[in-house]
Design a protein around this ligand. Sequence first.
Ligand SMILES: NC(=O)c1ccc[n+]([C@@H]2O[C@H](COP(=O)([O-])OP(=O)(O)OC[C@H]3O[C@@H](n4cnc5c(N)ncnc54)[C@H](O)[C@@H]3O)[C@@H](O)[C@H]2O)c1
Ligand SMILES: O=C(O)C(=O)C[C@]1(C(=O)O)C=C[C@@H](O)C=C1
Length: 304
Amino acid sequence: MIYNKVALIGLGLIASSIFWSAKRGALAGQVTGYARSAATRDTARRIGLCDTICDTAAEAVADADLVILCVPVGAMGAVAAEIAPHLKPGAVISDVGSVKKAVIEAVQPHIPDGVHFIPAHPLAGTEHSGPKSGFAELFDNRWCLLVPVEGSDAAKVAELRAFWEGLGSNVEEMDAEHHDLVLAVTSHTPHLIAYTMVGVADDLRRVTDSEVIKYSAAGFRDFTRIAASDPTMWRDVFMTNKDATLEILGRFTEELFALQRAIRTGDGDLLFDYFTRTRAIRRGIIDAGQDTDAPDFGRVAGRK
Ligand SMILES: NC(=O)c1ccc[n+]([C@@H]2O[C@H](COP(=O)([O-])OP(=O)(O)OC[C@H]3O[C@@H](n4cnc5c(N)ncnc54)[C@H](O)[C@@H]3O)[C@@H](O)[C@H]2O)c1
Ligand SMILES: O=C(O)C(=O)C[C@]1(C(=O)O)C=C[C@@H](O)C=C1
């Protein structure tokens, strides 16, 4: 056991997966949970999610050694303000938000003296959401990035690392700005591209009489899975990781125009070389023994 009491605020995919995985690894003596809506709390109680589901966030975090904020990025600040007066001295407060700089800016001002704020981000998820969508294996062999803030207590960071390792993750530390750039490349922009492609297909459906959906091939189906992800979560990601996603989208658009030009001018060699390079990247990821969507930190960092 790593923590006596863990409190999960926001009971969706990530919180429910943390609970089932923490149970599996016997990482916490007790896990409490709180969700804003009574319907979610009722569902959680019915399916046995958490040892205790509380009707207020204050009750859930009372005496907790670790509090994890599992709400959409845009809600982190308000939730932190609500629970701050009820945190016990020495407790760790963490989060699982997909963006780090904005979450730190929103949460840190509310952290009382003597409480340790250690942001985190598990690089694992699905297109499903809500309390019934979680499962114990979600974090197995996936990265979890810890983003300690200035002056973070090393012993508390080590404890949180052990917790995520207990959940099955491989843990790395990273600073917030770099995190947001890396994730803009590996997760945020790809989601925006998937949303766009499915939107284009939906527009086309009207002129192709449903054939786009009926005959959708594997590539498009992969896009539709990603584009089925939670609208609130992804709206908040783009509203809060603006600079990095706009930077990567700019590069994406440049490359897209180059490929478009190659198609128009019949430059098959350019297309062949490009696709050969991208195939090697995919193979590199597989050979490294990581899951297919694990980011390549070095490449992004070194890119001019
Ligand atoms: N889904 C993924 O693939 C994934 C992966 C890694 C990290 N994350 C991050 O984890 C967090 C939770 O994502 P999820 O997939 O578990 O979402 P989810 O939609 O499954 O669950 C979110 C929970 O937060 C609650 N909530 C929403 N708005 C709230 C508010 N204003 N105040 C209080 N509670 C509120 C919802 O009722 C729900 O219980 C997000 O910050 C997201 O960026 C998601
Ligand atoms: O596999 C998926 O469905 C996901 O989108 C998971 C995914 C990702 O892009 O890899 C999405 C958002 C996160 O913050 C972390 C992981």
